[in-house]
Design a protein around this ligand. Structure first.
Ligand code: DGL
Length: 271
């Protein structure tokens, strides 16, 4: 038993897709979520800047003596280096490997699509992870930069015409490649899961990376005898104003976050 918290981070709201799954699978855990809302998006930035931000985010979470850290951000997961991971000092996972494993297991025709931020698609991290698992898989990427700000601004309803139109445009090359499985390679995208599903006529298996990394966390903690006992709780930290985050996060998580969100100054965190 280990009642220390699990630290989870993303540039903004996207990592909440992981929090939602963790709350379902591990209701006894203490979750500390950090969303770098003041510096998002990460996915349109260069590799070095994303790494610098990720190092600061990880240091912020380490202050809480967490037992595990999850990068609930496709961009960070695709960009972080093995050296950075080694220096974290507690078990760590990004979303790329768990999502790649799930996609390979789900694929019926060996054609996997990946939608993500420009940084994630450009990194080729999903292609490498998938081909390491199964060399014959074909992987097709489509960068979707406009979807992140749409989600952050609450354009998340399944019938939202703007988000549907933008998503349709980004899915076009993926549909042309006739993929059988699609990784929602940016953790913001499962928030608009229904839009993807509708546009793909419910014919493509969608992989939610937040769900997959939550499953990894559950099995890892169980195997290490590190599951928490007692009542779980969540704390949220952000770097921009609390109001916007609380409103949309509350809708997505289905609970009122009043009093649970704190704004912090990430520049004050030494690395
Ligand atoms: N949710 C993030 C990801 O999975 C980051 C989006 C962004 O900041 O651009 O890539």
């Amino acid at each position: 038993m280990d009642n220390r918290a699990i630290g989870i981070f993303d540039s903004g709201l996207g990592g909440l897709t992981t929090v939602k799954e963790l709350r379902k699978l591990l209701p006894n855990e203490h979750l500390i979520y950090f969303g770098d809302t003041g510096r998002m998006p990460y996915g349109t930035r260069g590799r070095e800047l994303v790494r610098k931000y990720a190092a600061q985010d990880i240091h912020f979470l380490q202050q809480f003596d967490v037992k595990m850290i999850i990068a609930a951000c496709g961009t960070v997961s695709a960009t972080i280096t093995p050296e950075m991971i080694k220096s974290i000092g507690v078990p760590f996972s990004g979303v790329v490997l768990p999502a790649a494993q799930a996609a390979c297991a789900a694929s019926t025709g060996g054609r996997i699509g990946v939608v993500g931020t420009p940084a994630t698609v450009r990194s080729g991290a999903y292609g490498r992870a998938i081909r390491n698992i199964s060399a014959d898989m074909r992987v097709f990427g489509s960068a979707c930069p406009l979807l992140v700000p749409l989600v952050e601004n609450g354009f998340i309803q399944p019938d939202n015409p703007v988000t549907r139109m933008v998503a349709e445009r980004y899915l076009k090359p993926i549909i042309e490649e006739q993929v059988d499985t699609l990784i929602l390679g940016c953790t913001h995208f499962p928030i608009i899961y229904d839009i993807f599903n509708q546009l793909l006529n419910y014919k493509v298996t969608l992989i939610d990376p937040g769900k997959q990394v939550a499953r990894w966390a559950q099995s890892f903690l169980a195997s290490e005898d590190q599951l928490a006992e007692g009542a779980g709780k969540c704390e949220f930290y952000v770097t921009d104003s609390i109001d916007n985050f609380s409103d949309i996060a509350g809708i997505f998580l289905g609970s009122d976050l009043t009093g649970q969100v704190t704004q912090i100054d990430i520049d004050a965190v030494e690395i």
